[in-house]
Design a protein around this ligand. Structure first.
Ligand code: B12
Length: 509
């Protein structure tokens, strides 16, 4: 029963104002993934494919479903936002094997699936088993609109996103104008006639190898980039993706890694939002020798002269090079310089030697505060400028963590009674925890007790821990701009609840 207090109207605290942003996404059973990745591209792992990966085909042939799941997990761990799944293989039962794989992937791999088949019944079977919001790969108009129609009906019924290739009854679109023309027809067909939201349509304007040396193929790379630009201008809301590695088909693996990476960079700049790739084979451009980037660009943009053919030059540069040597490492002279390079390059193998050498020159905390943080600053700048993709930032973060863990025992420590207790957490929606964990180490070393609650922590958990541990202060960390909004909401809510424990905020700009 509601009672009036003191004769006046019943007072209820005003509800906390929250800002909700709807973001076009796909989803696994457990979590959603935005189709537009900030400062990056939506990466679709290409290795769970019986046509494209020998390893996958062998696992599928052997009925080694756990092995298949391991390939999927590995790709998700490498940073793939979704996984292309294709079980089409001569002499096998595609539907049955698709069922085996999708059943296991939906429960064991946290990445939305891209159901890849030329057979509509296979797609339908997979859609029935997929828990979240998958992607259908693909529709096109090669045989008219009949097949595409069937798939669009399935897409609408199951709420899936759709990849659409710029192929029509005449053939595959090669020129930029043809790519745009077929894209317009695809948008009209999928969105206007079948009601698919534009943000759920992923147009693939096709890319072909530029490594044949055939005159007709020389402009195919630049036409794809022009096509992306035209489609992006015409339809700002749709997604544009590419099967990236086609661009380098025919070259050796080391040359492919470089050409794919350089082409990806240009495609993203032109307006591409996603790519089907082997994420760990993509190199950040700052790690590729400048000459190799230039030759790859000359090949992409067909910059030839009488005595210079970038294709020949690329073949020369990579003759005899193994995939692992695709990137030539450079290392600074001093231990501090090498450590900074390691953070930027995300290279933690053997880092202990450089850390030990640096310790002879400065204390552990100085190494963190000057050398390692300097490296992270460069990572942030490269990332912000779109020159470094997220999976590499993750490698840098792991390298930073390895270094801090190695240095921790050497950091000054004040022994004795606890000076006080702090509950420390990265706020809701934010995963950045390196800085927060450093704060933990420094406070702990200085005689404070820290209750570290981890990342994405809701305020209720912080309050509960504060009460449970009789904490003297709360520390909230967050590096995203939106985390400052969460911090403000948290403070307002604490005030509303009358919680007056001092709060330290850190991290966000
Ligand atoms: C590493 C990193 C990541 C890693 C994080 C790994 C991890 N386990 O932490 C990964 C790859 C996962 C990542 C993901 C993302 N990131 Co990020 N990331 C970075 C990067 C490069 C470095 C951060 C870092 O660790 N710095 C080193 C530490 C030691 O410094 P610090 O955190 O600032 O901490 C110090 C102080 O701030 C302070 N401090 C920190 N916390 C606290 C708490 C208290 C109580 C106190 C007192 C002090 C304190 O003390 C620390 C020691 O000096 C920054 C760029 C940058 N240079 O900051 C981008 C950056 C923060 N990320 C950014 C973005 C956009 C993202 C993503 C959204 C990208 C994406 N497309 O998905 C996702 C976020 C997902 C999410 N929901 O949170 C943007 C944020 C921009 C914005 N406008 O919000 C940045 C700024 C990059 C950029 N230039 O665009 N990222």
């Amino acid at each position: 029963m509601l009672r009036r207090r003191g004769g006046s109207t019943f007072h209820r605290p005003a509800p906390v104002k929250r800002i909700h942003h709807w973001v076009p996404s796909v989803a696994s059973l457990y979590s959603q993934t935005p189709l537009r990745q900030e400062n990056s591209y939506f990466s679709i792992g290409e290795r769970c494919n019986a046509n494209g990966s020998k390893k996958w085909r062998e696992l599928q042939e052997a009925g080694d479903w756990d092995g298949c799941v391991a390939v999927g997990r590995e790709q998700a761990a490498e940073g793939s936002n979704a996984l292309d799944l294709c079980t089409a293989f001569v002499g096998r039962n595609e539907i049955a094997e698709m069922n085996e794989v999708v059943t296991r992937f939906t429960s064991s791999v946290n990445a939305p699936l891209v159901i890849d088949s030329t057979e509509t019944p296979v797609i339908e079977a997979a859609l029935k088993l997929h828990g979240g919001k998958p992607i259908i790969n693909s529709i096109n108009f090669e045989d008219g609109e009949g097949h595409a129609e069937d798939r669009m009906i399935l897409a609408r019924k199951f709420g899936a996103a759709v990849i659409a290739l710029t192929i029509d009854e005449v053939g595959m679109a090669k020129t930029a104008e043809d790519k745009l023309r077929i894209a317009e027809r695809l948008v009209d067909f999928a969105c206007t006639r079948h009601g698919l939201p534009q943000c759920d349509l992923m147009i693939d304007p096709l890319t072909f190898t530029i490594a044949t040396g055939v005159e007709d193929d020389r402009k195919l790379g630049v036409w794809t980039l022009d096509g992306i630009r035209l489609i992006r201008e015409r339809f700002p809301d749709i997604q544009i993706i590419l099967g990236l590695s086609n661009i380098s088909f025919g070259l050796n693996p080391a040359a492919r890694a470089v050409l794919n990476s350089v082409f990806l960079d240009h495609a993203v700049k032109a307006g591409m939002t996603g790519a089907i790739v082997h994420v760990s084979k993509i190199r950040p451009l700052h790690l590729i020798a400048a000459e190799e980037v230039k030759v790859a660009e000359d090949l992409i943009f067909d910059r030839r002269s009488e005595d210079y053919d970038p294709l020949q030059k690329l073949l020369e540069l990579f003759a005899g090079r193994k995939a692992a040597d695709a990137v030539q490492k450079r290392r600074a002279e001093t231990p501090a310089g090498r450590l900074k390079d390691r953070i930027v390059d995300g290279d933690r193998k053997g880092i202990e030697d450089d850390l030990a050498a640096a310790m002879e020159e400065m204390p552990a905390l100085d190494i963190i505060n000057t050398v390692l943080l300097d490296g992270m600053k460069v990572v942030g700048e490269l990332f912000g400028a779109g020159k470094m993709q997220l999976p590499f930032v993750l490698q840098s973060a792991e390298t930073m963590k390895t270094a801090v863990a190695w240095l921790e025992p050497y950091m000054e420590r004040v022994e004795g009674q606890a000076r006080g207790t702090m509950v420390l957490a990265t706020v809701k929606g934010d995963v950045h925890d390196i800085g927060k964990n450093l704060v933990d180490i420094i406070l702990t070393n200085n005689g404070y007790r820290v209750i570290n609650l981890g990342i994405k922590v809701p305020l209720a958990d912080m309050i509960a821990a504060t009460k449970e541990h009789n904490a003297h202060a709360i520390g909230m960390s967050g590096l995203l701009v939106k985390s400052t909004v969460i911090m403000r909401e948290n403070l307002e809510e604490m005030a509303r609840q009358g919680i007056d424990v001092p709060v330290f905020l850190g991290g966000a700009p």
